[in-house]
Design a protein around this ligand. Structure first.
Ligand SMILES: NC(=O)c1ccc[n+]([C@@H]2O[C@H](COP(=O)([O-])OP(=O)(O)OC[C@H]3O[C@@H](n4cnc5c(N)ncnc54)[C@H](O)[C@@H]3O)[C@@H](O)[C@H]2O)c1
Ligand SMILES: [Zn+2]
Length: 519
C-alpha cells in the first residue's frame, strides 16, 4: 500500500516497451466503482473476490500475449497462496516495501484509507505488514520503494532481466538463476553484504573452476576462507563437515559469514548442512557444478551426510539464500555423471512437464552433447517442476513423494549393486523402467508411454535392460527404503506424459510383482 506501484510499474513498462496494467483500474472498470467505494460497499472480502477474478483473467491473458505486460497489483492481491504460487510460477514478482511510518504517511497523504482507519495508522500499517511478511518474502525480490522512482524502476528491471525461478518456502524463500558464464560475478555480487565467505569445493572442482571463482570474490572485496574437500560420496560424512566447521572457526567466520557450496551434490549437501549448524545457522549460496546437483540437489533445502552405509541419514532442512546454475560448468563434467543426471530430468518430465519430455525426445543426441542452450532449458524446466512441488510441501509430508518416481526400485538396485556398479542416475533409469513396466502390468501406465520413455532413456545413453537376477535381489531390499510407511509404501505410477499418481502398495505385493517382472 502506497509504495508507488502504479508509478513504478508504468516506468518499468515504458523503459521495457511493454504494456502496463494497473489491476486497481481493471477492478474499477469491471465494477463501475472506485476501490474506496467497493471497500465501503462490499467489505474487504468482497473486494478481494473481485480483485482475484480480475487478476486471474489478467494472468491468463498475459500468458498468451505476444508481449508480457507489467502488472501493478495491490498488497493484498497475492495473499491467497494459490494465486501467489501461480503468479510466482508464471511471472517475475517484485514486492515493493517501505517502513510502516513512511508507508502510512504516504497513504494518508493520498486520502482516507479503510485499512488504516483508527487512531494509530502507523501501528496498523506495521500490523498489516507483519501479517503479510511471509507472503511478501516469497516474491522474486523485495525492493525498498523509498529511493527515487526512477531508481526503484531500474532495480525492478534488473530483477526481471535475471528471470529467476522462485522457490516459495515462506520466510526462507529464494531464487534460482540459470544461465551461462554468470556465476562468478553473481556470487561476488551476492556476497557484497558479507565481510567474509567460506568457499567449499572439492579438489576436482577447485582445480577446474576454482581460480575464476576465487578471483571474482576477491575483487568484490570479500575475504575468502577456502575449504577443499576430497571428491566423492565416500567423503560425504560428518568428519568432512567437521573440517568445514573447523576451517570456518579458524578463519574467524561469524554469523555474518556466508557459506558457498561450489561443486556437485556431495559438496552442496555438506556445505548446506555445515551452514545449518555453524553458529546455529548461517546463510549459504548453492553453486552446483554437475547436472544432478543442478536439477535435483540444488532445490528443496535438504542437506546432510551419510552415516555408515545409510545415505543422507543425518541432515537438516536448510534453504540456500540463492542457487546459481551456470551450465558452462557442465562442459567439464565426466560423461557418465552428466548422462546419469539426465535420468532425473526424464523423471521430472514424466512427473510434471510434457514439453520437457518432447524437448528431450526431439533433441536427445544434442542433449547428450551438452549444447549449452539446451542445457539451460532442461535445467530450467526441471527446477521449475521441483520448485512447484517443494512450494506445496516444504518438509516432505506428502506431495513431494511424487519425486520418488523410479526411486523405490532404483534405490534397491543401487544398494544391491553395492553403490559402486551403478551410479544413482543409472539406477534411477532402471528404476523408471521397472516402475513403468509395473504400471503397465497393473493397468496404471499406458504401454505407449513405457515404450517411449524406455526409448528416450536409451537414446540418452542410460541403461534400460532389467537384469532378472539383480531385480530379484533388489526386490528383497525394497523394504529397506526409508520412505516406507509401515508394511506398505506409496508407489508412484506414471499415468500420462507429465502426470503421475501415488498409490499405497503392500511391500509384499510389490516384491511379488517385481519378481514377476524379473521372469
Ligand atoms: N539435497 C538433495 O535434495 C539431493 C538430491 C539429489 C542428490 N543429492 C546428493 O547429491 C550427491 C550426488 O551428486 P553428484 O553426482 O553431483 O556428486 P558429486 O558431488 O560427488 O560429483 C560427482 C563427481 O564429479 C566431480 N565434479 C563436480 N563438478 C564437476 C565439473 N563441473 N567438472 C568435472 N567434474 C566435476 C566431483 O569432483 C565428483 O568427483 C549425492 O550425495 C546425493 O545424495 C542430494
Ligand atoms: Zn534421485
Amino acid at each position: 500500500m502506497a509504495t508507488g506501484k502504479s508509478t513504478i510499474g508504468a516506468l518499468v513498462a515504458r523503459a521495457a516497451e511493454r504494456p502496463f496494467i494497473d489491476l486497481d483500474r481493471v477492478v474499477e472498470s469491471e465494477a463501475g466503482a472506485s476501490v474506496e467505494s467497493l471497500f465501503a460497499s462490499r467489505g474487504e472480502s468482497g473486494f478481494r473476490a473481485l480483485e482475484r477474478s480480475c487478476l486471474t483473467r489478467v494472468l491468463a491473458e498475459a500468458e498468451g500475449a505476444a508481449q508480457a505486460p507489467v502488472i501493478a497489483v495491490g498488497g493484498g492481491a497475492l495473499i491467497a497462496r494459490d494465486l501467489r504460487l501461480r503468479a510466482l510460477d508464471e511471472c517475475v514478482v517484485v514486492s515493493l516495501e517501505g517502513t510502516p511510518a513512511e508507508l502510512a504517511r504516504r497513504a494518508l497523504a493520498q486520502g482516507p484509507r479503510p485499512l488504516l482507519a483508527g487512531p494509530d495508522p502507523v501501528g496498523r500499517m506495521r500490523e498489516l505488514l507483519d501479517l503479510r511478511a511471509a507472503s511478501y518474502a516469497e516474491a522474486h525480490a523485495r525492493i525498498s520503494c523509498e529511493a527515487p522512482a526512477e531508481r526503484v524502476a531500474a532495480e525492478v528491471r534488473a530483477v526481471w532481466e535475471r528471470d529467476e525461478l522462485a522457490v516459495a518456502v515462506g520466510e526462507s524463500s529464494y531464487g534460482v538463476q540459470i544461465g551461462r558464464g554468470f556465476a562468478h560475478e553473481r556470487v561476488a555480487a551476492l556476497l557484497k553484504q558479507s565481510p567474509a565467505c567460506v568457499l567449499v569445493s572439492d579438489r576436482t572442482v577447485t582445480s577446474l573452476h576454482g581460480e575464476g571463482m576465487a578471483k571474482s570474490i576477491n575483487q568484490a572485496g570479500t575475504r575468502t576462507i577456502h575449504v577443499e574437500l576430497e571428491p566423492g560420496e565416500a567423503h560425504k560424512n560428518i568428519s568432512s563437515v567437521e573440517g568445514i566447521w573447523r576451517a570456518a572457526l579458524a578463519g574467524s567466520a561469524d554469523r555474518q559469514t556466508t557459506f558457498v557450496g561450489f561443486g556437485g551434490g556431495v559438496v552442496t549437501d555438506m556445505t548446506g548442512f555445515a551452514a545449518s549448524t555453524y553458529m546455529r545457522g548461517v546463510r549459504w549460496l548453492c553453486v552446483p557444478t554437475t547436472l544432478l546437483a543442478m536439477v535435483d540437489a540444488s532445490v528443496g533445502g535438504k542437506t546432510g551426510v551419510d552415516l555408515e552405509s545409510a545415505k543422507n541419514a543425518v541432515g537438516a532442512f536448510w534453504q540456500p539464500g540463492a542457487v546459481l546454475c551456470d551450465v558452462d560448468f557442465l562442459q567439464t563434467e565426466q560423461r557418465r555423471g552428466f548422462v546419469s543426471g539426465l535420468a532425473e530430468v526424464v523423471k521430472t518430465a514424466l512427473i510434471g512437464d510434457r514439453d520437457l519430455f518432447l524437448l528431450l525426445e526431439q533433441n536427445a543426441e544434442r542433449v547428450a552433447e551438452r549444447e549449452p542452450e539446451l542445457c539451460i532449458e532442461l535445467v530450467r524446466r526441471s527446477i521449475r517442476v521441483k520448485a512447484r512441488i517443494v512450494s506445496f510441501d516444504v518438509r516432505e509430508n506428502g506431495l513431494r513423494a511424487v519425486l520418488n518416481l523410479g526411486h523405490t526400485v532404483g534405490h534397491a538396485l543401487e544398494a544391491q549393486a553395492g553403490f559402486t556398479a551403478l551410479t544413482h542416475g543409472e539406477a534411477v533409469s532402471l528404476g523408471l523402467v521397472a516402475a513403468l513396466r509395473l504400471g503397465e502390468a497393473l493397468g496404471q501406465t499406458p504401454c505407449e508411454l513405457s515404450e517411449r520413455t524406455v526409448e528416450l532413456l536409451r537414446r540418452l545413453g542410460l541403461p534400460v535392460e532389467l537384469d532378472a537376477r539383480s531385480l530379484e535381489a533388489a526386490a528383497g531390499l525394497i523394504g529397506h527404503d526409508k520412505k516406507r510407511a509401515g508394511t506398505s509404501i506409496r508407489f508412484v505410477f506414471a499415468r500420462e506424459l507429465g502426470r503421475v499418481e501415488t498409490q499405497p502398495m503392500p511391500l509384499n505385493d510389490l516384491r511379488t510383482h517385481l519378481a514377476a517382472l524379473a521372469k
